[in-house]
Design a binder for this molecule. Structure first.
Ligand code: HAM
Length: 473
């Protein structure tokens, strides 16, 4: 760098580079919403709020959503799942018959309403029932089995909103039809586990077997007898569950029910030899794939269609009491017949994407880790009309080579532009001032070290690509 360039660099730094704010992004969304509501007070027209339990997805989380959708798409394709998109609205009875009366989803959480033609429809509360309906509607049972389908998108449950529990949420969902073999469970669990692993989340599978319908009938006689003898120690909900849905007592979160649940007969002891061997094979395959799991004798899941293997997936190192499943699934060999098809084995899982985003965001906030976008973010700043024109040309050239450049060309003051570069945590800012316009050069400023290099505009692309390559390595 010659003395002239050094002087130029100093000048730019002195005049225009804003001090790093260092203030962490506000994580308290509620506070922010309240502040904004306050700012709008006094306006003549009434403003609208989001419905309870519904959330906007904002650009600040774009990075996470994009990463999840891309990862889901890549994995589903790699494991041979075909993309399925079913309507948001289905016949309400499809879900009632699949998920079962007596479950929270059907009894308390489904959005059911009368359509304009008088039919009863429901917003889909899950993907599984709609996927089976599509499998039957389109004769996918005629194709070579297994038929493997995956979906992604919004679901609706009128749940009590709390952290990680919303009324509109999204799932990455996979289903496999036509094969009854432990290797199917192993593959599906592998997809769910690898999805989280590829996003950088360590997780463990909680797993159990509910046996066949027959195994379960024998077990339920024993369980109901036991629960009746302990009725006085159970919460009011569980007292009702003894007759309505006794299995659900086993995953009651109420502390008062804990001792009764801990002493309850375990379903694993009531499995037939065949079911036991089947379950052991699933575990052997998970071992072979190095997928960590832990046996949970009280895991029963909240939907009625499951038979044999059931599982949930939990993030490792979560605080005790904060644990909520990132996903869940299992085998449901009777559902296709229940919905009018031929006997068809089936198995699948759904992962809750809002919970995954919460975990990714929390991890980034606590570790201060940069997103991949921030590692390579580039900002262009200009001073003057000629610089703006040259910038437009260079931005377009870079975009064609796969380099995305952020800018705020609407602003004329360099200070305001550099503030924005700081805000998006740009790795490099490209600057063209009047001098650079005349010289045909451009300044590449490393935003962390403050070191600047002046390069010929014709060499910008190759210099920048080389730098970005070394950041990624
Ligand atoms: P699920 O356990 O009801 O299973 O939901 C799977 C995941 O969706 C949960 O573990 C959670 O991460 C997320 N989830 C559920 N409800 C909410 C909510 N109100 N707010 C935010 N996230 C939520 C099923 O849906 C089954 N259909 C999965 C399956 C597919 N089984 C076989 N195939």
């Amino acid at each position: 760098m010659n003395t002239k360039q050094k002087k130029n660099k100093k000048e730019i730094r002195r005049k225009f580079v804003p001090k790093k704010s260092g203030a962490p992004a506000k994580s308290n969304e509620k506070k922010e919403e309240e502040k904004n509501a306050g700012a709008l007070k006094g306006n003549k027209k009434k403003t609208f709020e989001q419905l309870r339990g519904m959330k906007d997805i904002l650009p600040r989380d774009e990075h996470w959503w994009k990463k999840m959708y891309f990862t889901a798409w890549d994995l589903a394709e790699a494991y041979g799942f075909g993309y399925l998109e079913t309507p948001l609205l289905e016949d309400a009875n499809l879900f009632i018959r699949s998920i079962g009366k007596g479950t929270d989803v059907v009894d308390k959480e489904m959005y059911v309403f009368e359509d304009r033609d008088g039919s009863r429809v429901a917003l889909r509360p899950e993907f599984t029932a709609g996927a089976v309906r599509a499998y039957l509607t389109h004769g996918l049972f005629n194709q070579p089995q297994p038929v493997k389908l995956w979906s992604i998108g919004p679901l609706f449950r009128h749940d009590r909103p709390q952290a990680g529990r919303y009324r509109e949420f999204r799932q990455f969902n996979c289903e496999s039809y036509g094969v009854h073999d432990p290797v199917v469970e192993a593959e599906l669990i592998g997809v769910a586990y690898n999805f989280l692993h590829d996003l950088g989340i360590d997780s463990t599978i909680h797993i159990n077997s509910l046996g066949t319908t027959e195994d379960r009938q024998h077990y339920l006689v024993e369980l109901v007898g036991y629960l009746r003898s302990k009725r006085g120690y159970l919460c009011e909900d569980c007292k009702k569950r003894i007759t309505k849905n006794p299995l659900r007592v086993l995953d009651c979160k109420n502390e008062s029910c804990r001792p009764v649940i801990e002493e309850a007969p375990q379903i694993i002891d009531w499995l037939s030899e065949d079911s036991k061997n089947y379950f052991m094979k699933v575990l052997e395959y998970l071992d072979a794939m190095s997928v960590p799991y832990s046996l949970k004798s009280t895991l029963v899941r909240g939907l009625d269609y499951y038979t044999e293997t059931v599982f949930e997936i939990y993030e490792d190192n979560q605080e005790e009491g904060q644990q909520s499943a990132l996903g869940g699934g299992g085998r449901y060999d009777n559902l296709v017949t229940e919905l009018g098809g031929q006997p068809t084995p089936a198995c699948g899982f759904g992962l809750g994407l809002e919970r995954v985003v919460n975990s990714l965001r929390h991890r980034a906030e606590t570790s201060g880790e940069k997103t991949a976008n921030q590692e390579t973010a580039i900002f262009f700043a200009q001073l003057g009309e000629q610089a703006r024109k040259q910038g437009l040309r260079l931005i377009e050239e870079l975009r064609r080579s796969g380099v995305k450049v952020a800018h705020n060309l609407g602003k004329t003051a360099l200070k305001a532009q550099l503030e924005m570069a700081d805000k998006i945590k740009a790795k490099y800012t490209l600057i063209i001032g009047q001098k650079e316009v005349q010289d045909g050069t451009i300044i590449i400023r490393d935003m962390e070290s403050g070191i600047q290099e002046i390069v010929d505009q014709k060499k910008l692309k190759s210099v920048l690509l080389k730098r970005l390559e070394s950041v990624k390595e």
